[in-house]
Ligand binder design. Structure first.
Ligand code: ME8
Length: 478
């Protein structure tokens, strides 16, 4: 009999292709990957989306600066994102690019529905536009006349736009958020969104008459769809909206949408209002993590501190980078990362902690049991607390729990001194080593969503039942 598997749909933002990926982008994508892998291991029907946001003035300007056509430019940078995700062992089910025909078709259909909803009208707008944000910005948000995030002067724009009646959605959004029907976490972000709604929502322009690099409005092709509006809809186009209704109905609404705190207004106000306007269900949850700094400073090209995740993967391996980013900063909080900090975790937690437990256990098995662990015992320790933590995106907490077990096992070996015990009580040593093998096997299972390659190595070696000279998992770095 067929059993219906629970579906689970998880998303990352689609990243701008104005520049290559950095470790901030990697962070969100790794976090979503861990949750996707966990739900697959639980037997669910998982769909894990990611991709790139390729239209709008910001991208067109970056292409111009690089002296390339926008299409050449976005092709090149988008490929860098998919390459980086391959290197980091990201298990996404699909990768969407907003320049793909499937997305353009889905967006045209969505915009037509939006127009038919009666929530769209034509008007004039005059305001300050920050190309870095791809959004209008208030005079009161400027610091010394420039956008505080991008340090650039906004453009004064006066143009004819199509507008969406966002102002009508304050009460219903408030209700959905307060009842947790539309969950925003952590609570600090929920409060931020609620207080923003309380100030009163204004209608927003959903088209741009003078931006050519975009998707034409179906009913007024002289204008293109405002880049945020079409970008948000990627979450629907990637699962077949307007093309494969069965697939779309199976996966929508998203179970969790992961991002950083910088884009919650778009995801917690504009996005749900647009969905309500066209009668689509809202995502179940939005989780906004914090921002990384490097050496205490904002990640910025001008400061010159941008870290390419590929450089770290080449030096330390994907699993170490995945572990470090999730372990170092509690998810949801801001935090500082650096290669120095990565090295400390690598040598301490990975080489001395897990790596050492694995090496000494397997070396003793080879020496005292002739490599034979066919009867290893599965550990009685219950580590499901780690998975509970991962599934609620408390990654560092889950990892701490696993490392407590690793430390406990290393201490057990120090105390038992099997190298002495073996002379008088070889049976006890055998029992100890078989128990340690079971514990390692269990640890590998719990670690699998975060460190898939390491977990796989450990499990394969143990499952072979005959341990002979395994390679160390992590070589200490000087
Ligand atoms: O906003 N620390 O794209 P984007 C942690 N295209 N995470 C960071 C980070 C940092 N310092 N910097 C970036 C966009 N991120 C839009 C999204 S979605 C429909 C459209 C991560 O390339 C984090 O996930 O600016 C943040 O939300 C995202 O990159 C912004 O990516």
């Amino acid at each position: 009999m067929d059993t219906v598997r629970q579906k689970f749909y998880i998303t990352t933002p689609i990243y701008y292709v104005n520049d290559k990926p950095h470790i901030g982008h990697a962070y969100t994508t790794i976090a979503a990957d861990v949750v996707a892998r966990l739900h697959r291991l639980l037997g669910e029907d998982v769909f894990f989306q990611t991709g790139t946001d390729e239209h709008g003035a910001k991208i067109a300007q970056a292409a111009e600066k690089a002296k390339q056509t926008p299409q050449e430019f976005v092709d090149e940078i988008s490929a860098k994102f998919s390459f980086a995700w391959d290197q980091l062992d990201i298990s996404s089910d699909d990768f969407i690019r907003t320049t793909e025909p499937r997305h353009k078709q889905a967006v045209a259909k969505f915009l037509t529905m939006l127009k038919d909803s009666g929530k769209i009208y034509e008007g004039e707008y005059e305001g300050l536009y920050c190309v870095g944000h791809e959004a209008f910005i208030k005079e009161s948000d400027l610091v010394d006349g420039v956008c505080p995030d991008h340090k650039t002067k906004p453009e004064l724009i006066k143009e004819k736009n199509w507008f969406f009646k966002l102002s009508e959605y304050g009460d219903i959004l408030k209700e959905r958020i307060e009842t947790d029907e539309f969950r925003i976490r952590p609570y600090t972000r929920q409060n931020e969104v609620l207080s923003f709604i309380k100030q009163g929502l204004e209608d927003i322009a959903i088209s741009r008459p003078n931006v050519k690099w975009g998707i034409p409005l179906p009913w007024d092709p002289e204008q293109t769809v405002y880049v945020w509006v079409e970008a948000l809809f990627n979450y629907c186009s990637i699962i077949g909206f307007g093309e494969d209704e069965e697939k779309f109905r199976n996966y929508w609404p998203a179970d969790i949408q992961v991002m950083a705190k910088d884009i919650i207004k778009f995801h917690c106000i504009i996005w749900p209002a647009l969905l309500l306007a066209v009668d689509l269900p809202l995502p179940h949850a939005i989780f906004a993590h914090g921002f990384f700094t490097i050496g205490g400073q904002k990640i910025s090209k001008t400061i010159g501190n941008v870290i390419d995740p590929n450089d770290w993967v080449a030096k330390y391996g994907a699993d170490a980078v995945r572990y470090f980013l999730l372990r170092e900063v509690p998810f949801g909080q801001d935090g500082d990362v650096s290669e120095e900090k990565l090295k400390i975790r690598y040598n301490g937690d990975l080489a001395n902690g897990l790596g050492n437990l694995f090496s000494r256990t397997t070396n003793m098995i080879e020496k005292y049991l002739d490599g034979d662990v066919a009867d290893f015992a599965v550990s009685p320790k219950d580590l499901s607390a780690a998975w509970d933590a991962f599934s609620t995106l408390n990654f560092s907490e889950g990892l701490v729990k696993i490392w407590e077990e690793i430390a406990w096992a290393n201490q057990l070996i120090d105390k038992a001194k099997p190298w002495e015990l073996v002379k008088t009580e070889p049976e006890k040593v055998k029992e100890l080593l078989l128990n340690l093998t079971g514990l390692l096997y269990d640890i590998a299972g719990k670690l699998a969503p975060v460190m898939p390659d390491t977990a796989n190595k450990i499990r394969k070696i143990i499952e072979s039942g005959d341990i002979k000279k395994p390679e160390p998992l992590f070589q200490k770095i000087e």
